[in-house]
Each structure stands twice: as C-alpha cells, then as structure tokens.
Design a protein around this ligand. Structure first.
Ligand code: MG
Ligand code: MG
Length: 317
C-alpha cells in the first residue's frame, strides 16, 4: 500500500504503533503538539518541525531571514500550545554545495532574531549535503502543567487567540507573482512569511485552559483534534468567527469567501483552546467562538441552522 492512501494521520498512527514507549517518566508520547517527560519532577516538552524546500517554501518566494524566523516560530508555537516556554533548540540542516554562504547566513540571522525574541537558544545540531534545502528544528521547553488536546470538558467555551486565514491569503498573493502589492496585501504576505507564536499566552494557557492546540493545519482541522481527543463535540458560532479587515479586503478584491479562509486556512500559529466559563475572563483580547458539548464532530451554527463541517484540514502527505 502506498502511504498516500493512509493520509498523514493514518500514517502517524501506523508508525507510532511500532514504536512502543517503555519509560514510565514519559507523561505524553505521540499524538499531541509536544511530547512531555517528567525529569526529576520537572515537566519537559519536546517538539520538532521542519521546513522543506518545494514542500513548505519556495526559495524565491521567502526572504532567508523570514525562513529562519518562521522555522523557530512554528516550533515555539507547539510549545506554547502545551502551556510551555521554549528553552533549547537543535537544528539539522541540509543545503546543496552550490548554495551561497550569504543565503545560509541570512537564514541563521533570522533564527537568531527569533531566538532573541522568544528568549531561547539553539545549542547544537547537524549539517548535511542535500539536493534541496531542509531545515529541521528540534525544540525543548518546560511547563508547570501539560495542556493537551484531550482535556476539553463539556460546557467549556472555545476560544481563539487571534485572526485566522491571513497566512493562506498571504501565500496565495505570493503565488500570484505580482510586481507590486497594496499595503494590506503586504501585511497578509507577512502573516505567512513571518508568523508570531503566541508565547505571550503560554502562562495563561497553562493556568486556565483545559485543552489547547496551535493552528497550523487550519482552524477546523485543528479543532477537530481537540474534539476527537477529548471525545466531545465542538459547536462553532459562525457570527463569532473573527474576520480581519485585511482578509475582508482581500476577499472582496479577489471574490473569495472569508469563511473558507478563516476555517480552512493553515499556518496561522494562533492558539485555539477550551476554557471554563469562569476562567474565560482571563483571556481579554481573544475571541469566544463556540462551546464544547456532549457528542462528537465539529459543527457550525448559523442562526437556527447547524451544519456538520466536512473534513478539509491540511494534510502533509
Ligand atoms: Mg501543532
Ligand atoms: Mg508543529
């Protein structure tokens, strides 16, 4: 059987069943944004994520400094979604021998800027020759309490940390290959090339959220993980979904449906989490977009209509 038949998540299930975790200090293994190990009473987080040329980025379409920044941000985002803060990174890279040194240095400058911003260090790694560029970051972090995808509780509110869909609009603009972009278009492109991990919320997520995930594959696809892992149903209020004014402009200009971007656009690196009604006041600048109920699946409510949302999250295989 070809692995494409299984899809990304089917393949992950198959492979992780081969590797059986024996060590009892592993608190969380496969299947969440980070793994978590209890090391002498401290909860240490581990995650890794990759940027592959031709798959995650096109060399001519992203500045090398932005690529370095993005690589760090996407990993920090996974740490933040578990209620943690990042500590140490290990970088594995591959470049073809004819790559310009200056280009590689610029990637590392972007990584350094991100490390300074998120207050972490990259402390080791590995380099290899490769036909295409790959940048793989392994990152550790720490938390006082692991917040996973499986902790949602019935009657929790579903909260979104910011706007979604901007990154996908930015990517589409980049792929249009235009000479000139309007200011709002430049901002959308920046949302795609230079995402910001919501590390500012880590502490509150750890203290008050019951479940959390970062939005890499699209709001709906990632919410589905919370619903599935928590064995509960997620009900989203369509009117509560925030649409950023820049995305609105984009959709008007190119005749697109904002809902499609908000629900299915990927690589936003915002957080979506569930929290009790009592604790929701801790998250002032976030959007309450729905609630958790008994049942399964993700549903969209609009006036009196409730529709089950189809599977359309991004898969990498
Ligand atoms: Mg994630
Ligand atoms: Mg990730």
């Amino acid at each position: 059987m070809k692995i494409s038949k299984l899809g990304e998540f089917g393949l992950i299930d198959k492979l992780t069943s081969i590797l059986q975790i024996k060590d009892s200090s592993v608190v969380v293994g496969f299947g969440d944004d980070c793994s978590c190990v209890n090391i002498h009473g401290e909860l240490i987080l581990f995650t890794s994520d990759i940027q592959l040329e031709g798959k995650h980025f096109i060399k001519e379409k992203i500045e090398p400094e932005d690529l370095g920044w993005k690589l760090v941000s996407i990993n920090v985002s996974d740490i933040a979604s578990c209620g943690g803060i990042p500590e140490w990174g290990f970088i594995s890279v591959g470049f073809s021998p004819d790559t310009e040194l200056e280009y590689v240095e610029k990637i590392y400058t972007g990584m350094k800027d991100a490390c300074d911003f998120y207050e972490m260090d990259v402390i080791g790694g590995n380099t290899s020759a490769s036909d295409f560029i790959f940048l793989d970051l392994f990152l550790t972090g720490k938390t006082g309490k692991f917040i996973g995808r499986n902790g949602a509780k019935e009657k929790d509110l579903v909260v979104l940390s910011g706007y979604t869909g901007l990154s996908r609009a930015g990517l589409e603009l980049l792929l249009m290959d235009r000479k000139k972009y309007e200011d709002f278009e430049k901002r959308l492109i920046k949302a795609h090339t230079r995402p910001l991990a919501r590390i500012d919320l880590s502490d509150k997520i750890m203290r008050y959220a019951n479940s959390c995930i970062d939005i890499s594959d699209g709001l709906l696809g990632d919410l589905r993980h919370i619903g599935k892992n928590s064995k509960l149903k997620i009900l989203i209020e369509k009117d509560n979904l925030p649409v950023h004014p820049d995305l609105e402009k984009f959709c008007r200009k190119y005749n697109k449906d904002p809902l499609d971007y908000v629900l299915y656009g990927g690589e936003d690196y915002e957080l979506v989490f569930t929290v009790s009604e009592e604790n929701v006041k801790q998250f002032e600048n976030c959007f309450v977009i729905g609630k958790v109920e008994r049942g399964e699946g993700v549903f969209l409510k609009y006036k009196d209509l409730i529709e089950k949302l189809e599977e359309k999250g991004f898969e990498h295989i």
